[in-house]
Design a protein around this ligand. Structure first.
Ligand code: SF4
Ligand code: SF4
Length: 386
């Protein structure tokens, strides 16, 4: 058991929606917080801010992590009880090329929304100058939930503000996110037309074209012409994801996002390192609503860990016999939970050393130690592990 005082701050990394929600909620629960982000963080009571700093290493274990920061303010070492990583993802415009000379008629969803919401100061007086807008999902790659939802919301704004016809073309519309199914139902009722393209194995490849007179989308059911064509932005993991994962000693998934999947951790947002939680789009494709809820889940996870004032160790943990240890580093390299280090610790001896609050008792180190220097505390080692 280790004391976990509420006066020890909880660190939130990132400038995303999930980061902002997590900071506010942690503060509302009475925790001191630390915000490490690119932008100028909003000051608040019991909140330390580290604008422009980045995390370079995370030492120690839950309850008493030492976070190493670096950046414009120089190298800093900061003590923190737990971390919520909410660094978000990256997005970039992705417009198809070579579809004709009518480039001015092809927009990203962000640009289309800007145009819809900007009051007209010149040009046509009538707002519904755009008689028909075509919106395309899943073009070349599957559209993520985040930008699919944005496209659908924008289609609704176009219909309301311009009173124009709106067609949404899709290959495989994802509706397994909060609100998307209800939104698509509302859009259909509002007269927005949904067209599925490329639905069968023998379907011809759909084509797009744009010229000075208009745009068109041709697919197996015919050709639809319009005035504007709009596409969602692409989203991707942040380019510094691998570097951040290395600093945190957690994993990156095959998709390039931070990975929260663990055979023993069934709740979303729990990383392989105890006390490090993931929230928002740094680890999952999410709509704004889902990113908000995910941040609340991360806060609940932190509170479940620290809220009682003590952090209990796992009932089963490993222990090293320092006299047997030959300091080969195998256990440190193979521990999936960053819970064992070869360092000078007990009795000033350089040997492997288990961080008791971090150890999940998985036994990986026991199986891999070449000199059988590791065992479980007060537990026999199962025959299959020895
Ligand atoms: S694997 Fe065994 S011998 Fe190697 S450092 Fe770890 S405890 Fe020591
Ligand atoms: S049992 Fe060993 S490998 Fe597993 S978490 Fe504990 S120290 Fe790490």
């Amino acid at each position: 058991m280790s004391k976990a005082s509420r006066s020890l701050p909880v660190m939130v990394l990132g400038d995303s929606l999930a980061a902002r929600v997590a900071l506010i909620e942690m503060g509302d629960l009475g925790y001191a917080t630390q915000w490490v982000g690119d932008q100028n963080a909003q000051p608040a009571p019991s909140r330390e801010t580290f604008p422009g700093q980045r995390l370079t290493a995370l030492k120690g274990q839950v309850g008493s992590f030492q976070a190493q920061l670096d950046g414009p303010a120089g190298a800093q070492s900061v003590q923190t009880a737990a971390l919520i990583v909410a660094t978000g993802n990256e997005r970039r415009p992705a417009l198809p090329t070579d579809i004709g000379p009518g480039e001015h008629r092809i927009l990203t969803i962000s640009k289309l929304l800007e145009r819809i919401e900007t009051p007209r100061t010149s040009g046509q007086v009538m707002e519904h100058v755009h008689q028909r807008v075509l919106l395309v999902l899943d073009w070349e790659t599957k559209t993520p939930r985040q930008t699919a939802y944005e496209l659908l919301e924008t289609s609704q704004r176009a219909r309301e503000r311009w009173r124009c016809e709106v067609y949404v073309f899709y290959l495989d519309l994802i509706v397994d996110a909060p609100g998307i199914e209800a939104l698509t139902r509302d859009l259909r009722e509002a007269g927005i037309v949904f067209c599925r393209y490329g639905a069968g194995p023998d379907c011809p490849t759909p084509t797009l074209s744009a010229d000075m007179d208009g745009v068109s989308f041709a697919f197996e059911e015919g050709q639809v012409s319009g005035d504007l064509l709009a596409f969602p932005d692409e989203v991707a993991p942040r380019t510094d994801t691998a570097e951040l994962a290395q600093a945190l000693n957690i994993r990156v998934g095959e998709d390039g996002y931070l990975q929260d999947v663990n055979i023993r951790h069934y709740r979303l947002g729990i990383s392989s390192r105890r006390g490090v939680f993931l929230a928002g789009r740094c680890h999952a494709d999410q709509t704004d609503t889902a990113a908000h809820d995910d941040a609340l889940q991360a806060v609940a996870n932190v509170d479940a860990l620290l809220g009682s004032g003590t952090i209990a160790r796992n009932p089963v943990i490993a222990r090293v016999d320092m006299e047997k240890c030959v300091r080969c580093l195998t256990c440190e390299r193979s521990c999936p939970h960053a819970a064992i280090l070869v360092e000078v610790a007990d009795q000033d001896v350089l040997a492997a050393h288990v961080l008791e609050l971090a150890c999940e008792g998985c036994g990986t180190c026991i199986s891999n130690c070449p000199v059988r220097a590791i065992s479980f505390v007060d537990q026999p080692i199962p025959a299959w592990m020895a």
